[in-house]
Design a protein around this ligand. Sequence first.
Ligand code: ZN
Length: 248
Amino acid sequence: MTKIVYNTEVRKSGYEWGKPEDLADKLIEWDPEISKYKAKARAGIYKSPKKEYKNNFVLVPADPSPTAQMIIKPMEKDTWISFYRVAEKTNIGTKPLPDDEIRAELQKFFKQHGIANGEIADFSIWKDHLLTMNDLFLARDEGNMEELYRLLQSTEQRRFNFLSEFSLLLNANFSLNSEKRIEMVIECTNLWDFILYDFMFSKGVLERWFTCKHCEEDFQWDRKKDYCSPKCKRRAAYERQQVKGRDK
Ligand SMILES: [Zn+2]
């Protein structure tokens, strides 16, 4: 048994994308535990006129303050499915939606699942992750293990480039679970690693997605269903009654 761990922070007010130079103060406020030096260095990078940072969008919580309402918890298993859904919805593999629409979809994903305190999500990198997720899923779906392996190798390659720059490390250790069985625990240091390992260790159960006819939220179910919850079903029925009443 292998357990993949990544602690996320879900900010109630959600997240927003912005240009790094406009967000430097928010980024520092979001990450109170980081040493002042690191925060300053990072803000310096974002404020620098270097071209590669100029047109980037990065993610920050709408309210970055340490006292904002939030839930800190381990990321749930099978979160990769939700991420794959974003890839599907944005047509990333074929004819991608415009960037602002992709950002809006990612924003919903982050609002639901959160991201670790102070972890920088760069839009161009996350757009790339969406494509990788899409391709990984298709390769596994087709049983094309050579392609799957190739994709993992290239994402690994990029990760190592990232590692050398930011010195993130993957932590793995053992634990004894409640059934007295030894588990391997992989502690991820960033959200993309978590999604990747979550996918690789998943059983591949991909439930179907539907859009609720009442609240228009997306939800998962194993067979066709019109409403996400009994509440929405009741409300929709109630609204139909109201309309009928008016028509009389
Ligand atoms: Zn609903």
